[in-house]
Write a protein that binds this ligand. Structure first.
Ligand SMILES: [Zn+2]
Length: 198
């Protein structure tokens, strides 16, 4: 109600204030994510697109890479909304089981059918257009909360990752995120490392 009584200049000022607040919060969040986590950044090696991905996730991967002295290869990191649509188009039948892996589409059968019918009719752009606005609901990749690594990654390293984050076997890659897990502290504690098998 307050805003209704404001003149245009006042509204503009309020919007500016609001924007500054959002920016400030984003900065704080970023600092929190960086934390002391950079300690583990040097010795490990990651190849592939991981820029823009949650630092804690990257640091888990770095720590495991450093521990085993092996490069970890990322196949997918941060995705745009459109990219999420493209990925879903590409893997709709193989990995994504015609959408049956998504809660959103399991709950909304009509939407899943719409997407599936468009897929069968080879309407790529239309599928992407429907996915785009909900991209972040479909995948943590859109908000930088997920990483995919090569499927042929050394199994010892996959097991080590599985102790500090969620590893989901996507058949063509391993998908990593913190769903249902609490990120570890950094540097990774010796008690965790003692469980990493050489
Ligand atoms: Zn993934």
């Amino acid at each position: 109600m307050k805003k209704l009584q404001m003149g245009p200049a006042k509204v503009k000022e309020e919007v500016k204030k609001e924007e500054a607040k959002v920016k400030e919060e984003a900065k704080k969040e970023e600092q929190k994510n960086n934390g002391s986590a950079t300690d583990d950044l040097k010795p490990g090696r990651i190849e592939g697109p991981f820029s823009g991905v949650d630092k804690k996730l990257v640091n888990c991967v770095m720590a495991v890479s450093a521990f085993y002295g092996n490069t970890l290869k990322v196949t997918s990191g941060l995705r745009s909304n459109r990219k999420q649509g493209e990925v879903m188009w590409d893997y709709w039948v193989s990995n994504l089981k015609h959408g049956m892996i998504y809660d959103l589409l399991i709950r909304n059968a009509a939407k899943r059918k719409e997407l599936d019918d468009l897929y069968v009719a080879r309407k790529r752009e239309e599928v992407i257009k429907i996915v785009e606005p909900d991209a972040r609901i479909y995948s943590r990749h859109v908000t930088g909360g997920a990483l995919d690594i090569e499927r042929n990654t050394d199994q010892k390293m996959v097991n080590a990752l599985n102790l500090i984050l969620r590893v989901y076997d996507e058949a063509l890659c391993y998908h990593l995120d913190f769903r249902g897990r609490t990120p570890p502290g950094f540097p990774i504690s010796d008690s965790i490392k003692s469980k990493w098998k050489r």
